[in-house]
Structure formats: C-alpha cells, structure tokens
Ligand binder design. Sequence first.
Ligand code: ATP
Ligand code: MG
Length: 557
Amino acid sequence: MAGPDTAPPRDFIRAVVGDDVAQGRVTEVVTRFPPEPNGYLHIGHAKSICLNFGVAREFGGRCHLRFDDTNPTKEEQAFIDAIIEDVRWLGFDWGRHLYHASDYFETLYQWAEHLIDKGMAYVDDLTADQIRAYRGTLTEPGRPSPHCGRGGDENLDLFRRMRAGEFADGAKVLRARIDMASGNINMRDPVLYRILHAPHPRTGDKWCIYPTYDFAHGQSDAIEGVTHSICTLEFEDHRPLYDWLVANLPVPSRPRQYEFARLNITHTVLSKRRLTQLVEGGHVAGWDDPRLPTLAGMRRRGFPAAAIRDFCARIGVTKSDSVVEVGLLEHCARELLNKTAPRRMAVLRPLKVVIENYPEGDGELLEAVNNPEDSSAGTRKVPFGREIFIEAEDFMEDPPKKFFRLAPGREVRLRYAYFITCTGVIKDKAGSVRELRCSYDPATRGGNAPDGRKVKATLHWVSAADAMPAEVRLYEHLFTKPDPGGDDFLADLNPNSLEVLKDCRLEPALSNAGAGETVQFERLGYFIPDAESRPGRPVFNRTVGLRDTWAKVRGQK
Ligand code: ATP
Ligand code: MG
C-alpha cells in the first residue's frame, strides 16, 4: 500500500476491533468498502475507504471491494470502472477480493425461500404507497398488510412466479414478517425483494427481482466472512434488522455492523443524488470537473492522494455529525505540495517589460532553485532577455502606500535575475498600461546588489522570447454558502467558481511537466497539467493558492 502515512489515532472503531482481536473473538479482521455503482466516489467515500482499508491493514487483515449492485436501473459499468480506478489511485489494494452483491443473487434468493419456509417472510400485493401508509410513523404503530396472513405454500408459489417474471414491476414484493408495531420502523415487515424488469450490468436478463439493500448487505458480509461491517450513522436504525437476518438465515459467519458519522465539508455537497444533479444538469463539466469533491475531480485538480489520506487521518472517526472546513483539505494539500512540488515561474496576466539597457539580441541562462524545501531537487536554468513578462498586478502607476511592487521610478528584484527600475509607461488610447520600460543593474545578477542595497519586492517573470503560451484555469468554491441548502441548493452555486485565463506565459521548463505532476508557480499557487493540454498549448489547473488562511485562523486560536 502506498505512502509512508502515519497510523491515524485510535478511534472507537479501532478500539472495538482491537478488543475483538485481543479477546480472541476475531482471528482475522475482514472489512469491506461497499460502493453502489450509481455515481463517482467523493471525498466522503475516501473517509470510509481509508477507515476500512486502514483498519484491515493495521490489524493484519484484509479489506474487500464490494459493489453493492442491487439497483440496476441506476447502476452502470462505467461507474464500476471509475470506482476501481479511484480506490486504486487513493492507494489501496483489495488483492483478489473484488466482489459484487450480484455474485450472491442465487444464494440470496435461496435464503429468501428459507425465510418463507420458516414463516418469516410473505409476498405482499400492496403498492409502494400503500406499504408506506400501512407502515405508520415514529409515533403510530403500523397496521398489518391484508396479505400478511398468506400461508407458506402460497407465498412460495407467488415468490417463484415473481422470479419467473409473471408479474409487473411493483405488483408484488417479498417482506420479512417481523413486527408491524415495532418502535423501529425498519422492523415493520421490511421489503426484501422487489420486481424490476431491468437488465443488470452483470447478470443481464437473468433476474427480474432484486434484493433490497437491507437483504443483500449483511448477507453479503456474512458470505465473505466480513467481521466488522463499518457504515455510516444513517444505518444505525437498520442494525436490528441486520442482526435479525443474520440470526435467522443459515449464513456461514456472523458479521457485526458499526456506524460512524459521515463526512460533510463546507462549500460543497457530498450526496450522490446532488452530485448527479450537478453533472446531469450541466452545472459542471462532468464527474471529474476539478470543482467537484469527487476523487476524479480532485485528482484532476491536482490534489495528491497522500494529501487526501492525510486529511482523512486528521478528521478522525467519531459518532457525532460534524462539518469540516474545506480549508483543512486545502491545508493538507499545501502542506504536502510545499515539500514535493517543483517551483516554476509562470505569468497569468502578462505585462510586457522592455529592459532598455539590456543589449538587443542578447540572452542568458540564470540558475533557479527547484525547491527550497528539498535541496535534492537541484536547480535549473531559466532564460532571460531584453523583453520579459511580469504579472500585470505587480505594477501600479500610482501606487497606494502599502503597494511595494513595481511603480514608476521604483526598483524591484526579478527573482533569480536582476534588480530593475521602471523608467517609462506606455499606454494605449484608452489609457490602459500596455508595456513598461525599465533599466536593469548588471551588477545585481542572481538577484543581489553588491552594495547591499535592498528592494521591497521580488517579482516572478518569464522571458518573452522563450515563454510558452498556455491556458490556466482557476477555481473557487463551487458554492458560495458554507452549507448549500436543501432542495434549492443550486441557487447557492458560485457563478465565479471557474475562471479561464487564455493568455498565460510559462517558463520553458514547464513544457516537460508530466501528467499528474503538480508544480508550484512561484507566488501563485500549485498547478497541474490538465488532460485537455495539447502539444504547444498546455492547460493547467490551479489546485490551491499559496495563502493558507486555514493555518492562520487556527494558529491564532
Ligand atoms: P450518498 O448518500 O451520497 O448517495 P451512499 O452512502 O449512498 O452515498 P454508497 O456508494 O452506498 O454511497 O457508499 C459506500 C460507502 O461509503 C458506504 O459505506 C457509505 O456509508 C460510505 N459513505 C458515503 N458517503 C459518505 C460520507 N459522506 N462520509 C463517510 N462515508 C460515506
Ligand atoms: Mg448507500
């Protein structure tokens, strides 16, 4: 497994598992990550993946990847493929333990007949709406269905005919016979099978009845020998049903379910239903849009997998719901990238500077440090010449007091190069600054004055003759509000979440930036080449800026 990650702190799940191992109740710890292939994985899933795979690794056990593919109308092979890619990318390996709930359809069917034989399940003709109405509420008990008294033979016959395709979708269901007056609604004769005449990505037309999550999940755990079935809190109320099924079926093992709080993050949504709405409604460019909290989007945005694992370790695992600031995620990325990302120079909004006393036609290569945090990263040569580009916002003709960068008559440092002084401003008819004239001091080569004089600013720059044009995409939070609200969450979309800059200039070393390699553009942030790059026309995504407001806020506390 990838990464020299430190083991996360001991949480209540690890305490339970550790205790089971210490007491000899469990010899090999087996967990599973059970995604439903109806969308892409997001950072919330990463929390579950890190927990399940992490616990298995720490206790010398194994973690299965199991697709919970029981709802063929919403599931697709493309999602299965994307999920496999994302879990691998995150750094986890299930070895040969790749499973699908659909692998167990025949066994599950036999176990449903077993419940019917024991008088613990019956076929119901009520519609979905009627079942809901009969089920009662939190304060009122449910009422038994008029069909709950059906005898075993009749139930078996009807269930077999459901499987044979004799009935239309929704005409009948199989329900467990438990307790319509139970205080737990999940125990009021829950549905185990429904009719769905829909082809399945893996079983094709073989089945027209499909098990529900409740019937498939625990039994799949039992078949696989899962010892600790870890899920999110919304399944806490399903646990009595989970235990009831395991207790009443001839399952080969007795898994136990534990629940932890799901991850929520500010300024984004982590529900597959909402993510699907964003993608299908065209509000983002696809499941891997760099603004999305999907793993595919975050990978494209340049978040290293190790930073995501670090984030998951830091947020920990508890039983109380909370919302984590997106700033923490960005902080984790910055902290890692600061150590690993090569530094480069790029100008996002170029302003041309002509250095009038630099000999025309001349040029030179100046030495630049690749990573001040990592001396083994070495140095590189950056071309310099008479014409360069600086960042437009690094010049002001009439600077206010606290603006220390370039201005008429003022001297600044060009990083790794020379001190320059602004000697002239060329404007267009509209009065906008088009170009600057400067002089340089040849004695300051490398960026220091031999006479010890200081300047207040150091600017990044690129040589005009050598720079490579590029497109750069900047991202802001996808939602303006920290908690994009309810059904109307689309109203909270940030109209400025994407800014595309089409006339950027990069230092030549960036033409070799490999796919997947995040670099730091000095003073601007961390950037990664996008898959939409073309030869001679790179496209870069900004992962995060350099300013770490999160660290600042925390530091003051
Ligand atoms: P959603 O509610 O967004 O549709 P889901 O729970 O239906 O997500 P699954 O594919 O069923 O999505 O999830 C697979 C596993 O990931 C489950 O065990 C689920 O509990 C866990 N999971 C999903 N979302 C989160 C989250 N935000 N935080 C932690 N774990 C999560
Ligand atoms: Mg689910």
